[in-house]
Design a protein around this ligand. Structure first.
Ligand SMILES: [Zn+2]
Length: 309
């Protein structure tokens, strides 16, 4: 029996750069491929992406990148990495829909090998059997992953916020977690923002109640800021503005041609992706960018300068 190697290429002890590698024998899969927004110490730097030199030296081993959800710190580095690695990308419909915009930005949309997955429908990337488990988070169509390996089951929770009354009705699948728990789990990898704080994070629905109060009792214009990926919250603002007779947000990329009342939902790019199953062309990787000390590090992409740390 060979050992299962678990190698974080980023995302531990830091915000962003989430990328976890599972390696067994001749196969490896990566979970997520996120970027990090630079802090004040990285003046002139636009984005930080994981250092994948470990993978570039073993490029034939990598069989897939599996995405848990569409936040930047989980998918944002993909366009940069895909320029150097040809590998199928697995994700849910919304995750792939949001990723598609990034791929278009980088002229990669025709070459990327993108495959849609659904919670509760396991698939195989030998020797791994993988099942996506529905989790609730601040956007939709998010997954935890149960990965059955030859030596036992690994659960990677992705990001989550347990919300028993989520806005869009996708319930946290406690039962699947329990079922894996009963079968036995070799390793649980779990991380959640503010995990050190006791208590519960309020449901998105409660946020909506407060928003409604504020918007209804305001006499002038109301400006609302939110993460662009917080789609259920954007829908709440639209609904509240409609209920209170205000003009709400008019158009977004998720607009369903009904200005003022768009119903957020998961776009349907599935067929488009299936029509587009061409494998990513292999790009040459400039040798100067490949460090040889074997230490995973972040690679810094900068408009003004470029350096590693
Ligand atoms: Zn997240």
């Amino acid at each position: 029996m060979e050992p299962l190697r678990i190698i974080p290429l980023g995302g531990l002890g830091e915000f962003g750069l989430n990328m976890m590698l599972l390696e067994y024998g001749d196969s490896a899969i990566a979970i997520d491929c996120g970027l990090m927004f630079p802090g004040a110490d990285l003046l002139g730097i636009d984005l930080v992406v994981p250092d994948v030199s470990y993978l570039l030296e073993r490029r034939d081993k990598l069989k897939a990148i599996v995405l848990t959800h569409a936040h930047e710190d989980h998918v944002g580095a993909l366009p940069y990495i895909l320029k150097h690695l040809s590998v199928p990308i697995f994700g849910t419909r919304l995750t792939l829909g949001l990723l598609d915009n990034k791929l278009k930005e980088h002229d990669l949309e025709d070459d990327a090998d993108i495959r849609e997955i659904t919670a509760g429908e396991p698939w195989e990337i030998a020797p791994f059997q993988i099942e996506g488990i529905r989790v609730t988070h601040s956007l939709m169509d998010c997954l935890a992953l149960a990965i059955e390996t030859p030596i036992g089951t690994v659960i990677h929770t992705g990001d989550f916020k347990i919300d028993n009354t989520p806005m869009e009705g996708e319930m946290f699948d406690f039962q699947r977690f329990a079922a894996y728990g009963e079968k036995g789990v070799l390793l649980l990898m779990s991380d959640s923002t503010n995990v050190e704080r006791s208590g519960y994070t309020p449901s998105e629905r409660e946020v909506g109640g407060n928003l409604e109060q504020i918007i209804e009792h305001s006499t002038g214009k109301v400006l609302v800021s939110t993460f662009s990926s917080s789609i259920p919250r954007i829908q709440q603002v639209v609904d509240i503005s409609e209920r209170s007779g205000r003009r709400g947000p008019q158009r977004t990329q998720h607009d369903s041609q009904q200005p003022g009342r768009f119903r957020v939902g998961i776009p349907a790019p599935a067929q488009e992706f299936h029509d587009r199953k061409r494998t990513l062309a292999k790009f040459a990787f400039p040798s100067s960018n490949v460090p040889h000390d074997g230490q995973p590090r972040g690679t810094v992409i900068g408009a003004a300068s470029s350096r590693s740390r």
